[in-house]
Design a protein around this ligand. Structure first.
Ligand code: ZN
Length: 198
């Protein structure tokens, strides 16, 4: 979930760099050091109280030719900026990683039952209440055979959702980079896999 500690670290270092006495703010959108530090401080305040923020507002600051890079280039710490910008990207990326992509979550809510496919496998569309990722679950079990129960759960995009039906649910999962699997068919094991669905 939120990698706020990493972001806070990055912004504290940005604050230090922007507070350097020899900085030149001419080409940045900031009027000067006080203005820049005030903006960074208000971001740090929000991060530290755990307030939700729009990542795009932070990305603007770190963008190429954004205000921090402009100051860094006119002030001789352009290299340090690039290292810091990479760490910022990393921290922000881990920000978007929800627990539901690490292990199947029990709090996923069913949006729609798609029904059964030709072998009576059951397809359901689910929704993560935390990150709003859409998931496709496919469950198959042949009651005539012990240990035949198996389920598959894959994260799908809005465009994949648009054409989805019980008939193509299995094929949709097979095209994904990965999906979760589990059930008695796998001896109770579960994990991530990809490719053909048995
Ligand atoms: Zn999620």
């Amino acid at each position: 979930m939120p990698n706020t500690p990493k972001l806070v670290e990055v912004f504290k270092e940005v604050r230090e760099l922007l507070s350097r006495r020899e900085n030149d703010f001419t080409w940045s959108s900031w009027e000067g050091e006080a203005d820049a530090v005030r903006e960074v401080d208000s971001i740090l305040d929000q991060l530290q109280v755990g307030r939700a923020f729009d990542p795009r507002l932070l990305q603007v600051l770190f963008a190429p030719t954004g205000p921090i890079q402009e100051v860094s280039l006119s002030s001789g710490w352009g290299q340090e900026f690039i290292v810091l910008a990479n760490r910022f990207d990393e921290a922000l990326e881990s920000e978007s990683q929800c627990a539901c992509t690490a292990t199947p979550q029990s709090n996923l809510t069913a949006l729609k039952e798609l029904g059964l496919d030709d072998r009576f496998g059951e397809a359901t569309i689910l929704h993560c209440p935390v990150c709003h990722q859409i998931w496709l679950r496919y469950h198959y079990e042949n009651e005539a055979f012990a240990k035949s129960g198996r389920w598959f759960l894959g994260a799908i995009s809005p465009s994949q959702l648009a054409g989805l039906s019980a008939t193509n649910a299995r094929a949709t999962l097979e095209k994904l980079d990965w999906y979760f699997f589990g059930g008695s068919y796998f001896e109770g094991k579960s994990g991530k896999s990809s490719g053909m669905i048995p």
